[in-house]
Design a protein around this ligand. Structure first.
Ligand SMILES: Nc1ncnc2c1ncn2[C@@H]1O[C@H](COP(=O)(O)OP(=O)(O)OP(=O)(O)O)[C@@H](O)[C@H]1O
Ligand SMILES: [Mg+2]
Length: 282
């Protein structure tokens, strides 16, 4: 039986604009299982971002119950909610939300600064993470010295570095072209599978929602349909395979590096012998 990592029951969010009431989320109930890649799909103004922000504890619900990992986040104090978010949740934003004065490494390190990871270890992990997202050669660049796709890769590296159990993403490819969008989607999917992480992603694009193991259709603050496309067993299997594949990839890289070093060393010995020989000949 898969674990329901997120459970919503009769969740509501009403905004008051003068005398007008806007029901952005209107009595919504659903569950998301651990490891699931879940997409919230709907047109502009349907309430997707509001719903995501309620689950992520960024906004306060007007009613209902929101349980994450079995904890009712509506009953938590501000302090425990902040600790909970830092410990279990990651975020990827449409506008990247990087800090302009910091380079890629420093941006990616940030969640570990809050977790009080020592500086040298932080740096090492940030570099490893940036290499994983294909930015090994842009690590010293500041956000305004990178393309949109590269900035979003930094955003993804930052969201995943502390290995949060759940990553929330609101239109993470909203500012990217089609090719980069697909690359970023693949990246989020691969990282999530590798570490058995749960993703909740907002999109208005049915083609992107197709990445989801579950698609929750949102319209006018209501859920109109929930499509479950993959069983917990299949997701579990894919996660195990992804973790194995990554382990094998790292092992192959390590082996290749060791071979290169060995070749260099024997090359150096040969060169020295050659030199000695030519000295003797002369
Ligand atoms: N802070 C707010 N105050 C008042 N109304 C709001 C507020 N935030 C959102 N709304 C309203 O709630 C509804 C849902 O907004 P939401 O941002 O969740 O939509 P969305 O599906 O994310 O749309 P988009 O695809 O355009 O981002 C909209 O009608 C919006 O105008
Ligand atoms: Mg939105």
């Amino acid at each position: 039986m898969a674990e329901n990592i997120i459970e919503l029951k009769h969740v509501k969010k009403t905004y008051h604009m003068g005398t007008e009431k806007i029901r952005a989320v209107n009595d919504v109930s659903f569950t998301i299982e651990k490891g699931e890649f879940c997409c919230l799909l709907g047109t502009s103004g349907s309430g997707k971002s509001t719903l995501l922000n309620l689950m992520a504890g960024i906004e306060k619900a007007s009613g209902g119950e929101i349980k994450i990992k079995g904890y009712d986040i509506r009953k938590m104090s501000e302090k425990s909610l902040a600790d909970f978010r830092q410990r279990y949740l990651g975020f990827v934003f449409q506008s990247y939300n990087l800090i302009g004065s910091m380079n890629a490494i420093e941006n990616v390190e940030l969640p570990l600064v809050f977790k009080r990871v020592p500086a040298a270890k932080r740096r090492k992990l940030a570099i490893k993470m940036l290499k994983q997202v294909g930015l090994g050669s842009r690590m010293e660049h500041k956000p305004n010295e990178m393309s949109g796709g590269q900035q979003q890769r930094v955003g993804i590296a930052r969201a995943f570095i502390a290995k949060p159990e759940i990553v929330f993403a609101d239109e993470p490819t909203g500012n990217l072209d089609t090719k980069t969008t697909m690359e970023v989607m693949d990246l989020i999917h691969t990282m999530a599978r590798r570490n058995y992480q749960t993703i909740v992603m907002v999109t208005h694009d049915p083609r992107l929602a197709d990445y989801g193991d579950k698609i929750i259709h949102v319209l006018d603050g209501n859920i109109t349909d929930i499509e479950k496309k993959k069983s917990a067993e299949d997701i579990d299997k894919e996660c195990r395979e992804a973790a194995e594949a990554y382990k094998a990839e790292l092992a192959a890289k390590k082996k290749a590096k060791a071979e290169r070093i060995a070749a260099l060393k024997s090359g150096a010995v040969e060169t020295m012998t050659e030199k000695e020989n030519s000295k003797r000949e002369n």
